[in-house]
Design a protein around this ligand. Structure first.
Ligand code: DQA
Length: 146
């Protein structure tokens, strides 16, 4: 009987201002656009069904989490500044069954104090902070190995 290989479904979600990666404060966030990086990720993880969603709007982030959060295998979430403000996104992560890994490109702990508080972390499977775009790739790897 032929074996049907089921690909893991993993989504990367970026929050506000992360559509500007590559142009936005390159000394902090680097010079690569996320869309270019995402192409490389798809190339690297051909056995994974990778999805990408970005929004600058909190409600749209919530809707997407609700849409995928009961049938995807993993979510890698960089909620940008909403990390530090959004109880609604924290509640959505708690509400869904898909595990979420929180990613930050910069090391939020060596930046302003207001970036040290995450409302999301306690509801996440894990956190990857300060390793640049590599953090997203490590998040995928973590789901593949767990
Ligand atoms: C960020 C860190 C946040 O404090 C900031 O608001 C962002 C990006 C990061 O990836 O380093 O927008 O989440």
């Amino acid at each position: 009987m032929p074996m049907v290989k089921i690909r893991m479904k993993i989504a990367i979600i970026n929050g506000p201002n992360l559509n500007l990666l590559g142009k936005r404060e390159p000394e902090i966030y680097g010079t690569q656009s996320f869309t270019a990086y995402f192409e490389k990720l798809k190339e690297k993880f051909q056995d994974v069904e990778l999805h990408y969603f970005q929004s600058n709007h909190e409600g749209q982030l919530l809707d997407y989490l609700h849409d995928i959060g009961f049938h995807f295998d993993g979510i890698i979430l960089n909620a940008g500044a909403y990390t530090h403000t959004s109880i609604a996104i924290a509640d959505a992560i708690a509400a869904i069954s898909t595990p979420v890994i929180e990613v930050h490109i910069s090391n939020v702990y060596n930046r302003e104090d207001f970036r040290h508080k995450s409302f999301l972390s306690r509801n996440c499977k894990g956190l990857i902070v300060g390793l640049g775009l590599l953090g997203y790739e490590l998040g995928i790897q973590a789901f593949l190995e767990s």
